[in-house]
Design a protein around this ligand. Structure first.
Ligand SMILES: [Zn+2]
Length: 255
């Protein structure tokens, strides 16, 4: 997530749903190639990676493309030092959940804006990787009441939506031109869910690879312990869903 301001939601309850909210439905399975687009290193690990572990175990292909290298995210460390460290942590993290391709677009961490350059870079990534589905990070205004989202995440999500719409309009239904069929965001109030029984441990391993980042964020708690607490919170069972097993939530944004 790249700055420390949104790490404080450890103790809220993503498993709790508003009364009368419809239960999410199972995530589609009629696809083989997924492109995950996020703003920063560790964004895939806060909320998606257990689902990614399941998808790759099922033989699906998942690629990570990150707008920035998270170079502004380690307090007290110069960006030119932090950037390469965070890229390496992200590559090791991805390997735990079966993701071999990790690309960085080089946009400035903590100063991401939805501009033409970013939208073009996102569209190029979609054309290059030809995913059936695009998945990006939650871009709504707040994760929960009182827990605002970051500007980078919101700007980036808006850029993904605009790039997706432009690309789909340009290529119509031609899959050879890289037309994706669906776009999802991770979401604390999801429309869809992936049951992740058996894939929680690799997600913890993945988050724990962000050692440098997490050890600065909370020097007093061992990184592995932080990672376990975060991941278990994010995949907390939802009443009435998936037999009480751990789940990861997403919301379908398109079509
Ligand atoms: Zn982030």
């Amino acid at each position: 997530m790249s700055d420390s301001s949104d790490q404080s939601n450890t103790d809220d309850q993503p498993g709790a749903r508003p009364e009368n909210a419809a239960l999410p439905e199972p995530f589609p399975t009629d696809w083989t190639r997924c492109l995950i687009l996020v703003a920063h290193p560790d964004d895939p690990e806060y909320g998606m990676s257990a689902a990614v572990a399941r998808w790759t175990a099922e033989g699906r292909s998942v690629v990570y493309v990150l707008a920035s290298s998270g170079e502004a995210g380690i307090e007290g460390m110069a960006p030119e030092v932090a950037g390469p460290i965070r890229e390496e942590e992200q590559r090791r993290s991805a390997a735990h959940v079966g993701v071999e391709v990790v690309e960085f677009l080089g946009f400035p961490d903590s100063r991401i804006v939805n501009n033409t350059e970013l939208r073009d870079a996102i569209a190029d990534s979609i054309r290059k990787h030809r995913p059936d589905i695009v998945v990006s990070l939650y871009s709504g205004p707040e994760f929960a009441p009182g827990f605002p989202n970051q500007s980078d995440h919101m700007e980036f999500g808006d850029a993904v939506g605009a790039a997706y719409d432009d690309l789909v309009a340009a290529v119509g239904v031609d899959a050879r031109e890289g037309r994706p069929q669906m776009w999802f965001e991770s979401d604390p109030q999801p429309s869809h869910y992936v049951e992740v029984t058996g894939f929680v441990e690799p997600a913890i391993d993945a988050l724990a690879e962000h050692k440098e980042y997490m050890s600065v964020l909370d020097p007093d708690t061992p990184v592995r312990e932080q990672a376990r607490k975060q991941v278990e919170n994010m995949v907390a069972p939802v009443e009435g869903l998936a037999g009480g097993n751990p789940v990861v939530g997403f919301t379908r944004k398109r079509p």
